[in-house]
Design a protein around this ligand. Structure first.
Ligand code: TRP
Ligand code: ZN
Length: 473
């Protein structure tokens, strides 16, 4: 399911120029009868400059079925991922993003396919070749120890072993550690996970628990994520957990898994999940998924939380504020995902602003007070904080302060500019209009201008596109 192509024509133009032919000319056509398939390789990239290896062209993934067994004692994984996709061009080769262990077999539509690996590209040559519009199935088996991946800012993700299992965060480039796919947020798909672990270990995936069966000392958990999900939001975090199941007042089932060592410290945050979801539903619109929850784990080397779809994952006991932040992402980030990684403030600025609103709602500082504080607009104009561009922080600062705090300040300033009624309608309509898809900063600017009937060019210029502390807007 792809809501947007980033490169499309731009890449076609470059390729055309490289081939020495005008991009628009039908001269690219291979000899033969008009209407005959012209097989080419799918693009190796989604064209996102922050992570140029991410994503691929030539197909749209519809569904991932990931069946894996994992033994925390040996850190050995044995897995088979089945990808159902639709070809978007006549294709004799395509790439999957994969950084996992040895691939032991690979078929396309049941036929053994040859493949090579280079960096994170798993290049597959299907035979018979694929025709545009054709649905096809890739079955890839692999076994070994999945990797920990280091991000441009030095933090880790992918498949991170813990003392009792594994913590599995995927943003922005961890998913290829444990399953092959199209690892860019623009290619959302539904997911099924079958995770087999030794008895006593609990494996927690996105969506609903379909079944739990035990045989021969091992337990298989089947999880189903029925709404489209970006690959970076997939998880199957596993370990020793205390599980609790409940239902929100609005009828959403809640599944929480908590490392028993963190039960006391995380109790307050976990207990507030229903209240937080009810409050956010009242201002952002209905909760976008069929289930909710949280996974509280002990992964001291990770040091951050992640808004994995339906069940955010925490690498230590969260505060209520951090819980609110990750739950807000279910609307802003998960239901509506960034078109490109440079749009990350649409995730982090919204989730941060949501927490300011929650704080005010529960009797703490008002959003205006938080805006004005020394962590936000109160920072001196000379601070280096103001030297990162909100709408293009770069891969090293995408999880730095600016997308979060200047992003939230942007929203609060916008609210002041266009008024409460227009602002809250705008952010609610934003989710309703883009849920299960992607959206860009330019689309948000456009939506704000349409909703308010105002020319907000100068406003967004100082808040999103320019360095420096905004002085007036
Ligand atoms: N998106 C996460 C949050 O704010 C944070 C996060 C995800 C992160 N991946 C990261 C932070 C990598 C640092 C490095 O909820
Ligand atoms: Zn966040």
């Amino acid at each position: 399911m792809r809501s947007r192509r980033i490169i499309g024509t731009a890449l076609a133009t470059v390729l055309g120029a490289l081939a020495g032919v005008p991009a628009a000319a039908p001269a690219l056509a291979a000899p033969g009868n008009p209407g005959e398939p012209r097989y080419t390789a799918g693009a190796p990239s989604a064209g996102d400059p922050y992570f140029p290896d991410q994503g691929n062209g030539g197909y749209d993934v519809r569904h991932y079925d990931i069946a894996l067994s994992y033994d925390p004692a040996t850190r050995y994984m044995d897995a088979t991922t089945t990808i159902t996709a639709a070809a978007t061009q006549d294709m004799d080769a395509f790439d999957l993003d994969f950084r996992g262990p040895d691939v032991t077999s690979l078929t396309v539509n049941g036929h053994k396919a040859s493949f090579t690996r280079a960096g994170q590209e798993l290049v597959v040559s299907p035979r018979p070749k694929l025709k545009a519009g054709q649905t096809f199935t890739v079955v890839a088996s692999y076994a070994g120890t999945p990797p920990v991946i280091t991000d441009p800012d030095g933090s880790i993700e992918g498949w991170v072993p813990t003392d009792d299992g594994a913590f599995v965060p995927g943003e922005p480039q961890g998913a290829p550690a444990w399953f092959p796919g199209d690892d860019h947020p623009t290619d959302k798909a539904t997911f099924t996970f079958h995770v087999t672990v030794p008895d006593g270990v609990t494996a927690v995936g996105n969506g609903r628990l379909v079944s739990k069966t035990t045989a021969g000392g091992r337990t298989t958990f089947v999880w189903d994520q029925a709404e489209p999900m970006a690959t970076y939001l997939a998880t199957v975090t596993l370990g020793t957990f205390t599980v609790a199941e409940s239902v929100t007042p609005g009828g959403v089932p809640v599944y929480t898994a908590v490392d028993p060592r963190l039960a006391t410290q995380s109790a307050a945050a976990v207990a507030r999940i229903p209240d937080i979801l009810e409050y956010f539903s009242s201002i952002f619109g209905p909760y976008p998924f069929g289930s909710a929850g949280a996974i509280v784990d002990r992964a001291p080397d990770v040091g951050y939380a992640l808004e994995s779809q339906t069940k955010p994952i925490f690498s230590s006991a969260p505060s209520v504020g951090t819980m609110a932040h990750e739950l807000a992402h279910q609307w802003y980030g998960d239901a509506v995902s960034p078109a490109r990684w440079s749009d990350i403030w649409l995730n982090e600025g919204f989730a941060t602003y949501a927490t300011w609103l929650w704080t005010e709602h529960t009797g703490g500082a008002t959003a205006q007070q938080t805006f004005a504080s020394s962590s936000n607009y109160g920072r001196a104009a000379t601070s280096s904080f103001w030297q990162v561009v909100t709408a293009d922080p770069g891969p090293e600062d995408m999880f730095g302060n600016v997308p979060y705090n200047r992003g939230a300040m942007t929203l609060h300033a916008l609210r002041g500019k266009i008024g409460d009624a227009v602002f809250f309608k705008l952010i609610k309509d934003w989710v309703a209009g883009h849920r299960y898809g992607n959206a860009s900063t330019a689309e948000f600017v456009d939506a704000a201008q349409k909703a308010s009937g105002m020319d907000l060019t100068a406003f967004f210029d100082v808040w999103l596109y320019q360095k420096g502390k905004p002085a007036s807007w």
